[in-house]
Design a protein around this ligand. Structure first.
Ligand SMILES: Nc1ncnc2c1ncn2[C@@H]1O[C@H](COP(=O)(O)OP(=O)(O)O)[C@@H](O)[C@H]1O
Ligand SMILES: [Mg+2]
Length: 228
């Protein structure tokens, strides 16, 4: 379970990005986080994986109180929580296979585990035929699929995605969201910040809307906005 309790975030320059936000996300939910640019979506996501700390309030992910974790514990948290970004940042001199394998090498997975897991992940994201390609040989959607495979190497309970389709055309974006839906169907909790109005409206999942650092709407089968 993800839980924010009265979380506020004030950046060192004085800007308050989140005001008294409380939110609970249960295991196996699929949640869209929507809101205009600057609303605080990325700030909320950075609090979840320990990249930023709240100024006041608490952030819990399962047994972790994220805002109190020491560095070594943050590494443990991040094995439970895969993160995907708009801008994928693959290692340009490594193949698709090697990019995913590298994410396992850094957590000291065994050669055997890597040789078993990487092909499974590449099949899941539909890139088994691209495994020997280098990032510059991939489309934007394919690069994002590598990013998703990489986020899943530790078989995390949570997949957190910050505008993962922000750079993609609508058809490609739909394919990426279908993949996230499939990952959710297999048991992972998915939280996706997005501007993709049509996708949010088509899926009919929980929608948490943020505006100026406050949660302004939280609906079980929500739309991107009221007027949609
Ligand atoms: N590191 C930072 N320092 C100061 N202000 C920031 C920082 N990061 C974000 N902000 C500000 O906080 C607000 C929320 O930003 P962000 O969480 O990125 O919103 P969103 O992802 O919804 O566009 C914005 O006004 C932004 O300019
Ligand atoms: Mg953002």
């Amino acid at each position: 379970m993800i839980r924010l309790e009265h979380v506020s975030k004030r950046y060192p320059n004085g800007h308050v990005a989140l005001h008294d936000v409380s939110l609970t996300i249960h295991r196996s939910e699929f949640v869209f986080l929507v809101g205009p640019s600057g609303a605080g979506k990325s700030t909320l996501i950075r609090l979840l994986y320990g990249e930023e700390r709240p100024t006041t309030g608490d952030v819990f992910v399962d047994q972790f109180r994220v805002n109190r974790l020491r560095r070594g514990q943050v590494a443990r948290l991040r094995r439970q929580l895969g993160v995907v970004f708009q801008d994928v940042k693959l290692l340009s001199n490594r193949t698709v296979y090697q990019n995913v394998a590298f994410a396992m090498e850094v957590v000291e997975a065994s050669r055997r585990e890597i040789e078993k897991r990487v092909p499974q992940l590449l099949r899941l994201v539909g890139l088994q035929d691209r495994q020997h390609h280098y990032p510059h040989q991939l489309s934007g959607g394919e690069q994002q699929r590598v990013g998703i495979a990489r986020a899943l190497v530790n078989n995390p309970h949570y997949l957190i995605a910050d505008e993962p389709t922000g750079n993609l055309d609508p058809d490609t974006a739909r394919g990426i969201v279908q993949l996230l839906v499939e990952i959710n169907r297999r048991g992972a909790t998915v939280v996706m910040a997005t501007h993709a109005r049509d996708i949010v409206n088509a899926l009919g999942r929980r929608v948490v809307a943020i505006d100026q650092g406050r949660i302004v709407r939280d609906e079980e089968r929500g739309l991107y906005s009221h007027e949609a």
